[in-house]
Design a protein around this ligand. Structure first.
Ligand SMILES: C[S@@+](CC[C@H](N)C(=O)[O-])C[C@H]1O[C@@H](n2cnc3c(N)ncnc32)[C@H](O)[C@@H]1O
Length: 207
């Protein structure tokens, strides 16, 4: 098992369901849409995707995450696969939508580029990618050891990259940007308000 994969697996082994709370709002897609989630973790977003009349596939690099997602109520209809988002085991042009919710930032630069090309490859013409990841404005940017530009490791082998809007747009070219924006909010910690910020973007495969 490579270090990256084993770091995630170890985190799920120690802490179980890492991701809770409400999932981000979902877009309108037609009934029967073939949808792929990359980095589904313990199934927080996946459980919302499977409430929709869509055919849902999800992958995660961590076998433990996939087994937690499988056990989560409501996910039984999903096709769950242990796989690296940078090297997807699917034929080209088979998905109408791909969701990347806080996954691309956990790969090094080469991996992020490979994920973006894999997304381009598996999307049908007219299909869309829905991206979410932390911004350089987030309070955690700059914390830990910098392993690459704007990428930080906080000691457990897991890295987090913090994006700019321009960078996200460049990463997903040749997909056409539909919207790329920063969502900002405050997190209250020990009486102080700290800035949280994530980039949410939608891209469409036009040709
Ligand atoms: C922050 S969690 C995302 C949780 C999930 N998307 C959600 O909405 O709750 C990041 C997930 O990405 C997975 N991951 C990291 N690198 C990956 C890769 N190269 N391929 C697939 N999954 C990966 C991790 O195992 C972890 O479960």
């Amino acid at each position: 098992m490579n270090t990256h994969k084993s770091a995630w697996d170890e985190d799920y082994r120690r802490r179980g369901d890492l991701w809770g709370g409400a999932p981000a709002p979902l877009p309108d897609l037609p009934a029967g849409a073939a949808v792929l989630e990359l980095g589904c973790g313990n199934g927080k977003t996946l459980a919302a995707l499977t409430q929709q009349p869509w055919s849902v596939t999800a992958v995660d690099i961590s076998p433990r995450a996939v087994s937690l997602a499988r056990r989560r109520p409501g996910t039984a209809a999903a096709n769950l696969v242990v796989a690296d988002a940078a090297c997807l085991p699917f034929r080209g042009e088979v998905f109408d939508a791909v969701f990347l919710v806080h996954v691309a930032g956990h790969l090094p630069e080469t991996g992020r580029r490979n994920v973006a090309s894999a997304v381009c490859r598996v999307l049908r013409p007219g299909g869309a990618a829905f991206f979410r990841a932390f911004s350089v404005e987030d309070m955690r940017a700059g914390k830990g050891v910098e392993t690459e530009a704007q990428t930080f490791s906080r000691g457990n082998g897991i890295i987090t990259h913090y994006f700019t809007e321009t960078e996200v747009e460049e990463l997903f070219a040749p997909l056409a940007p539909v919207s790329v924006r920063t969502r900002r909010w405050q997190m209250r910690i020990r009486g102080g308000d700290l800035p949280r910020a994530e980039i949410e973007a939608v891209f469409r495969k036009t040709g």
